[in-house]
Write a protein that binds this ligand. Structure first.
Ligand code: 5GP
Length: 235
């Protein structure tokens, strides 16, 4: 089920060079994006994690406010009504949503923020946030994905089947992402994700504000030079 836009949600479709980046990371459930993101959060300074809201129950050692904010369905629906989500989606029967307020606050503070969300959420963000960076994490095979999900042993058999069944269709949407990382080696894959962040930070349009002093300096030098050449020609 794709999301409905609200006023607050669509108003985020602004591009600004002075704000932190919004990085969307998607993969099928069990694709290993959580581990990759954890590595990047530890190794790349200035990146924070967007803690989503969900109606699903906590799994294993998950803590409220760390992996997710766990809320009941009426609370989640009231948040939708109030336009508090930048995006939200129904994923395998549970609702998941990104807090518009948290993302806006982090970006305004100049921090990059990673959204670990499903392909539907990634699609909403693509339409609303023009300067978002999108990364798809591709598990090396369906069999490996199954093994990971079984090993995780935190989902019911029914949930596991739903996730496996949905994986091929999620993977088929890899082509809508700017970057694809094959997750066959956790070290290489996490370095690649870090490289994407560093490369995106170096984009000219993201740096206009921080480069202004240096550029103005050269602008002034060029103008002075033109004046000097002009007066020489007159002599
Ligand atoms: P899980 O239940 O395994 O933690 O997450 C199931 C799926 O929901 C994963 O693909 C995860 O990335 C996605 N998800 C987590 N938070 C959000 C969110 O805020 N929005 C959307 N659209 N998907 C999310």
């Amino acid at each position: 089920m794709l999301n409905e836009l609200t006023k607050t949600e669509s108003s985020d479709a602004i591009s600004s060079a002075s704000r932190g980046m919004l990085i969307v990371v998607s993969s099928p459930s069990g694709g290993g994006k959580g581990t990759l993101i954890d590595r990047v959060l530890k190794t790349v300074p200035g990146v924070n994690f967007s803690v989503s809201y969900t109606t699903r129950a906590p799994r294993g050692t998950e803590q409220d406010g760390r992996e997710y904010f766990f809320v009941d369905r009426p609370t989640f629906e009231a948040m939708i009504e109030r336009g508090e989500f930048l995006e939200w989606a129904n994923v395998y029967g549970h609702l998941y949503g990104t807090s518009a307020k948290q993302v806006a606050a982090e970006r305004a503070a100049g921090h990059d923020i990673i959204l670990e969300i499903d392909v539907q959420g990634a699609e909403s963000i693509r339409h609303k946030v023009s300067d978002a960076v999108s990364v798809f994490i591709l598990p090396p095979s369906f069999e490996l994905l199954r093994e990971r999900l079984v090993k995780r042993a935190t989902d019911s058999v029914e949930d596991l089947e739903k996730r496996l069944h949905g994986a091929p269709s999620e993977v088929s949407r890899y082509k809508f992402f700017q970057y694809v990382i094959l997750n066959d080696d956790i070290n290489r894959a996490s370095q690649q994700l870090a490289s994407v962040i560093y490369a995106e930070r170096a984009r000219r349009e993201r740096q206009e504000a921080s480069l202004r002093d240096a550029l103005e300096d050269f602008g002034a030098a060029t103008a002075q030079e033109a004046r000097a050449t002009g007066s020489k020609n007159q002599i």
